[in-house]
Design a protein. Structure first.
Length: 208
């Protein structure tokens, strides 16, 4: 088997990114291998060479988004970087195409989207269960909070229209982030995590 060249990796990433954009815009059923190839600037044969079928390409997109979500949770929450404006800027820059894809995948019922939802619930439950409230139904709290936050992603077009600015643009993301902190009690997230998130947003706003 020949080694994977840098050119192959670049083409594979372009195809994956083009697929995510078209899947988000049209849904998996309406998107075609030919359309994805055209958007990526490659031949349909190269798409099939790298990914095989359209379903396998969707699975690759799901896996990529899930990996991204895991990484951001690890760096932002576990790594205590929520107050770092550079981390927030990076998320605001890198997340939009993935979140567009995730929003459509959640509506379309992608198996990967279900896995992402479940993993976010699990991570949230682990965090909430550390608050010492043994009487609380942490699973229910985590499930509802995850659904509320992902609801913004699913309804991003409506949220953007109501705000008068793109949810995933710098101003829209900042406004939504601050609004979420205004609506969630610090004790619910944990005072330390809440303060880190608020400090990060304040620093980011001050830099603009």
């Amino acid at each position: 088997m020949r080694p994977i060249s840098e050119e192959d990796l670049t083409a594979r990433a372009r195809i994956r990114d083009a697929a995510m954009a078209l899947f988000a815009e049209r849904g998996v059923k309406a998107a075609t291998i030919r359309g994805i190839a055209e958007a990526a600037g490659v031949s349909p044969g190269l798409v099939q060479h790298h990914f095989g079928t359209k379903e396998e390409l969707r699975q690759a997109c799901d896996a990529y988004v899930l990996s991204y979500v895991r990484e951001q949770v690890a760096v932002g929450i576990t790594g205590h970087n929520l107050e770092d404006p550079a981390y927030i800027e990076n998320v605001h820059r890198s997340a939009p195409p993935l979140m567009h894809y995730l929003g459509r995948a959640l509506v379309d019922g992608s198996p990967g989207a279900a896995a992402m939802f479940d993993e976010l619930v699990n991570v949230t439950e682990q965090h909430l269960s550390s608050d010492g409230r043994s009487e609380a139904d942490h699973r229910a709290r985590a499930t509802v909070l995850t659904a509320m936050k992902l609801g913004i992603t699913v309804l991003h077009d409506h949220v953007s229209r109501a705000l008068g600015t793109d949810l995933y643009g710098p101003q829209g993301a900042l406004r939504v982030g601050k609004a979420q902190l205004d609506l969630i009690q610090p004790e619910f997230l944990g005072r330390e995590l809440f303060e880190q998130a608020r400090t990060g947003l304040e620093k980011l706003e001050g830099n603009r």
